[in-house]
Ligand binder design. Sequence first.
Ligand code: GLC
Length: 567
Amino acid sequence: MEVAGGMRKASSHASMALDPDDFDLTRLLNHRPRINVDRQRSFDERSLADLSISGTASRGGGWGGYMESYESMYSPGGGLRSFCGTPASSTRLSFEPHPLVFEAWDALRRSLVCFRGQPLGTIAAVDHSSDEVLNYDQVFVRDFVPSALAFLMNGEPEIVKNFLLKTLLLQGWEKRIDRFKLGEGAMPASFKVLKDPKRGVDRLVADFGESAIGRVAPVDSGFWWIILLRAYTKSTGDLSLAESPECQKGIRLIMNQCLAEGFDTFPTLLCADGCCMIDRRMGVYGYPIEIQALFFMALRCAVLMLKPDAAEGKETMERIATRLHALSYHMRSYFWLDFQQLNDVYRYKTEEYSHTAVNKFNVIPESIPDWVFDFMPSRGGYFVGNVSPARMDFRWFALGNFVAILASLATPEQSAAIMDLVEERWEDLIGEMPLKISFPAIEAHEWQIVTGCDPKNTRWSYHNGGSWPVLLWLLTAACVKTGRLKIARRAIELAEARLARDGWPEYYDGKLGRYVGKQARKLQTWSIAGYLVAKMMLEDPSHLGMISLEEDKAMKPVLKRSASWTV
Ligand code: GLC
């Protein structure tokens, strides 16, 4: 099999062992980032309006007034480098950073993994106190994202570049689970550096779902990879990595996989349960908000980074543009829930046939759970967990909603409403430790049926209504974007009161998140990195640019409910 960068033929093993001799990583790494390059023509300036769906794709222009404010917010993190745990950003500050920041940097650096002498990622947790079968010494793609952002914000882009390149090489391998061959674009959930004393070299072993508990496939990994590639490029100004043939091919492979045509009737992406941060059975199968928001953001980042000069790139860009239009319409119309919409669903007629149906998915009002009537404030709203025929999962999921704000999948009004909801339902969604991964918990018979009696996901624990400090960075980014800094400050203060004292746990349990989680790992890397990113983003809001996309005027919401067949 032909793979990027002149790598060797693929292994057909389920666990892929990567030899250092097999590829030439250094070739790409030798490009030093071009910090502060001329940003007038950066790919962020490309709008969907520039991509005629049936015609030619062009680069440049299109953001108009938006870009002015966007660009003025941009400040590359490159150039400053810290060597011994000191946050480089502190050198720019006129005040002393919180003492926890130093402790957190120290802990984050302890989670660094090296491969052939180069830092390559961070392991999921440094805690080895439990004898439970561990997979926490793996570098998880999704877990690395907040670490990567922390390093980028601190002016240390090399580790992020190494990570992006190495995972790209893993993508190139032939991946099998039993006798089934996985799609070419699939990215691993995690990988691990194995010391091989016999050969005297390190090897990488990746997991694409064949080792994971429940054999869950990480649909989010490829999306995070693309989002991170754009964050790297935006932060360093180094276009050469994203524009390299290897990265261009990597983006195209991911796009081919998620844009492949099937039997779908919706532009959303159909997934199995446990395919994302919630990687256990939790009733998130179908069209989970987390994946839809990441899908949307990855599509937008991909279309910004793909080079239209190659025929393949141009074709992919056109497919992305088509999908983005349909996806934003679908999500903004059908996943959105506020007081008015809830009242509309409550009064829905059912069994409507034909194109004029208002209740398109035939949602039966009796399926609306009682809690949502009390939970819904008069001011505020959110994207529900899932929508498909006769199904609306009314649960709140934090990650999907905040990514929707960052990607501008949410309109400015919807973004403000999500932040209003957080404020109005502070006890429920933030409680004593930010913040709830999902709300509310499922209990009793429903828990038995939906989770398959999962003892890890009991009510108000872990994925089932547990509180995850890592989500603090997403909350803070959403606050910065919507100008609601007070919310972020309050949440960060809560985290600061407990996080370090409790040993940076992975998650907290209980309705208010008061208790360190039942099986929570300590020194959980993304809890540490999430805190650092939140702090740095508040101190220097211009960091937001690397992880946020402004609204594309070409994707104006069309809110006429029964018009999707004609638009
Ligand atoms: C748990 C989380 C998952 C995370 C992994 C490593 O499985 O559910 O999101 O990536 O731990 O921290």
